[in-house]
Design a protein around this ligand. Structure first.
Ligand SMILES: C[S@@+](CC[C@H](N)C(=O)[O-])C[C@H]1O[C@@H](n2cnc3c(N)ncnc32)[C@H](O)[C@@H]1O
Length: 243
C-alpha cells in the first residue's frame, strides 16, 4: 500500500478513487472521442524505436499501458498513485490476456521506484496538472529512461485561437459538468466542474513555451509538440539526451 503524505497527491487520490468503474467509457464520451486520437498519436512516436521496456506513468486503468503492449513487444510497467484505478487496470490486463507482459504498480511520479535508465521508453498522460513541481517531476521521469530512449505524453490544452477558445470555455465550464452529472452522477459532476478551471490555471502558470523548455531542462532533446483537436489536446515527444 502506497503511503501518501503530500496534500496534492491526497487530493488527486480522492478525486480518482470514485471514478474507475466508468472511467474508460466516460473519458471517451466526455472528450468526444479525442482522448483515443491523442493516445494513438502519442504511441505512434514510441512504436518505431521498438523498445523492450516501457514505463507508463499515471497509467490509471491501464488504457495507455495496454495499447503500448498491443503495439509493441515490450515488457510494460504502469505506475499510478490511486489504488482504485490500478485495481480496475489489473482486471483489464487479465481480461486482455497481457499478464505476462504488463505489470501495474503503485507509485508516485515525483519519486519513481526504479533505477536510473531502467526503461527504453516512457509515456505519461494527464499528469503534470496534478503535481506541485512539474519541472522536478519531469527530471524524475527522465531519470529512469536510458540515454537515447523516447519520452512521450499527451494532455489537455487551451485552444490558442480566440474563436475556438470561446467554444472550449463553453464546453469545459458548462457541457462537461452537466454531461458528467448526467452520465456519471455526483463523482463525474465534481470532475467535470474541476477540469476546465484546472486546465486554464495550469497553462496560465506553465505556458507551452515553459513546458517545452522544462522538457529540455530535464535532459530531453528533439522535443516536438503537436497541438490537436482545434487546440484541445497536446501531444509531446522527445529523446533522452546522450551525456
Ligand atoms: C485522468 S487519469 C489518466 C489515466 C490514464 N493515463 C489514461 O489516459 O487513461 C490521471 C491519473 O493520474 C494519476 N496521477 C495523478 N498524479 C499522480 C502522481 N503524482 N503520480 C502517479 N500517478 C498520478 C491519477 O491517480 C489518475 O489515475
Amino acid at each position: 500500500m502506497l503511503r501518501i503524505t503530500d496534500d496534492r497527491n491526497q487530493f488527486t487520490q480522492n478525486l480518482f478513487t470514485t471514478l474507475p468503474e466508468r472511467y474508460d467509457l466516460l473519458a471517451e464520451v466526455l472528450s468526444m472521442g479525442q482522448n483515443g486520437r491523442w493516445r494513438r498519436t502519442m504511441i505512434d512516436h514510441v512504436v518505431p524505436s521498438s523498445p523492450s521496456t516501457i514505463l507508463d506513468v499515471a497509467c490509471g486503468t491501464a488504457g495507455v499501458t495496454l495499447q503500448l503492449a498491443r503495439r509493441t513487444s515490450a515488457q510494460v510497467i504502469g505506475v499510478d498513485l490511486t489504488e482504485g484505478m490500478l485495481v480496475k487496470g489489473r482486471q483489464r490486463v487479465v481480461d486482455s490476456g497481457f499478464e505476462n507482459r504488463v505489470q501495474l504498480v503503485a507509485g508516485r511520479a515525483e519519486q519513481l521506484p526504479f533505477r536510473d535508465g531502467a526503461f527504453d521508453a516512457l509515456t505519461f498522460t494527464y499528469l503534470l496538472r496534478y503535481v506541485d513541481e512539474p519541472q522536478a517531476t519531469l527530471l524524475e521521469l527522465a531519470r529512469v529512461v536510458r540515454h537515447g530512449g523516447i519520452v512521450a505524453s499527451h494532455e489537455f490544452f487551451v485552444p490558442p485561437n480566440a474563436f475556438w477558445r470561446a467554444w472550449w470555455l463553453l464546453y469545459t465550464r458548462l457541457v462537461l459538468p452537466v454531461g458528467g452529472w448526467l452520465s456519471g452522477g455526483r463523482a463525474w459532476f465534481r470532475v467535470g466542474r474541476f477540469l476546465g478551471p484546472n486546465i486554464s490555471a495550469h497553462y496560465r502558470k506553465y505556458s507551452l513555451a515553459w513546458t517545452v523548455d522544462a522538457w529540455r531542462q530535464a535532459g530531453l532533446d528533439d522535443v516536438h509538440v503537436r497541438v490537436m483537436s482545434l487546440g484541445g489536446g497536446l501531444v509531446m515527444w522527445g529523446t533522452r539526451r546522450h551525456e
